[in-house]
Design a binder for this molecule. Structure first.
Ligand code: COS
Length: 394
């Protein structure tokens, strides 16, 4: 049987996230967007009520929330503000490879750090010359005795300027392509330099930094999984986090849709509210359908994860569709507002700018299509639980 009814516990989680978005995020979202304000107070409050790190296992201080819970939270927080939603969700992205490949000691130390205090962690994969093409990364990690020494620069790192530790991908074998990448957990120290805080088109209250590692030493035990298995760890991480991005995109789309629908009932042109014009009704109808479809794809990709099944295909379906839907819905919301949609006195231009990043981060819409095409034309046979066991045992 297929049943899309949420359980009472899921409804409660969604309500908690919605109330938080309504009371704590929405009132400051547009001001924080204008000034690119770091949402420090909101981080503390979200951490206090359990809206951060919720998916971490109980033994490391998390709430062991399901992936479905994660997408419910993600949609509501992004409905409040996608920049603040991203800020609150980034710990789960950084934590995923640690959960997949870290030893018990490493998990207890680094995941525990996030749940004991409102600390932040970042995921460092992208480099100036290695965006979609992960294998082109140049950061290196060289083994010296019982340590690895990391050198290189990462860009577009969410929360990078404020993180206490980083999941860092680096080449341990420069000539082996994707099979020469390893993942490490790297505490912040004096050798970790925040090069730059990006001034962005949208998602402005989120911190996006350039980070460089300069002879950064980490103990060999900070290697996640086996040496040279980092690429798979990154892909498995993205399978787990792209449903959350799809949910956030759905949240942006829903916010734009609600504003535009309300506006269409108030704005009078040709003697009637513009909602009476079929041209507007059709736009509103299409927006509503796109949002429903985006949400269901996000839920499906999360359900598979909760069932312990591989979701690469569904994760990319969800991320691609929801991101493109958010961009279209937010653009149409601006269209419904007409000229007013284009000015900052009205709420929807921010949503259009925020929607754009959904088509870019955690894999562009083109990369999602590449993954989808490969999964259809050349399906990979991966025994993922076995991969996870192997990683966990390493
Ligand atoms: N889970 C587990 N393993 C995976 C996997 C997944 N989802 N996807 C690929 N792999 C494995 C493959 O099975 C293959 O394994 P072998 O080495 O045993 O053959 C290996 O990884 C390489 O896969 P593939 O040939 O598909 O790699 P490509 O270099 O062609 O890259 C894309 C694949 C383009 C999909 C990948 O680089 C990607 O996702 N890029 C976007 C990165 C991104 O999202 N960046 C955003 C910043 S992170 S916030």
């Amino acid at each position: 049987m297929i049943d899309f009814t949420l359980t009472e516990q899921q409804r409660n989680i969604r309500e908690l996230a919605h109330d938080f978005a309504q009371k704590e995020i929405r009132p400051v979202a547009w001001e924080y967007d204008r000034d690119a304000t770091w949402p420090e107070q909101i981080i503390r409050k979200a951490w206090d009520v359990g809206l951060m790190n919720s998916q971490l296992p109980e033994k490391y201080g998390g709430a062991e929330a399901s992936y479905v819970d994660g997408v419910l939270i993600g949609e509501e927080l992004a409905w409040g503000c996608a920049a603040i939603g991203t800020t609150l969700g980034t710990n789960e992205l950084a934590a995923a490879p640690v959960l997949l490949g870290g030893s018990e000691k490493i998990k207890a130390e680094f995941l525990g750090m996030l749940t004991e205090e409102p600390k932040l962690a970042s995921f460092c994969l992208t480099e100036p010359d290695a965006g979609s093409d992960v294998s082109a990364m140049r950061t290196t990690a060289v083994r010296r005795g019982d340590k690895y020494v990391i050198n290189g620069s990462k860009v577009f790192i969410s929360n990078g300027g404020y993180a206490d530790w980083y999941t860092v991908y680096a080449k341990t074998d420069k000539d082996a392509g994707h099979r020469g990448i390893s993942a490490f957990v790297v505490p912040r120290d004096d050798t970790v330099i925040v090069d730059k805080h990006e001034d962005k088109m949208g998602l402005r209250a989120s911190n996006t930094a350039g980070i460089s590692f300069n002879e950064t030493e980490v103990p060999a035990e900070n290697l996640l999984g086996d040496e040279n298995h980092g690429f798979k760890l990154a892909m498995m991480t993205l399978d787990r986090t792209r449903p959350g991005v799809a949910a956030m995109a759905t949240g942006i789309a829903r916010a734009a849709f609600e504003f535009a629908t309300e506006y269409s009932k108030q704005r009078v042109q040709f003697g009637v509210p513009i909602a009476m014009h079929q041209a507007i009704q059709f736009m509103i109808a299409d927006m509503a359908t796109e949002i429903e479809a985006a949400r269901l794809l996000a839920w499906q990709s999360a359900v598979l994860l909760d069932q312990g099944r591989r979701n690469t295909l569904q994760s990319s379906h969800a991320k691609r569709f929801a991101a493109d839907a958010a961009m279209k819905v937010a653009t149409d919301a601006v269209q419904i507002y007409g000229g007013y949609g284009f000015i900052k006195d009205y709420p929807v231009e921010k949503l259009m700018r925020d929607a754009k990043i959904m088509q870019l981060y955690e894999g562009t819409s083109q990369i999602q299509r590449l993954v989808i095409a490969r999964e259809i034309l050349l399906p990979r046979q991966v025994d993922e639980p076995a991969v996870e066991r192997q990683l966990a045992a390493a």
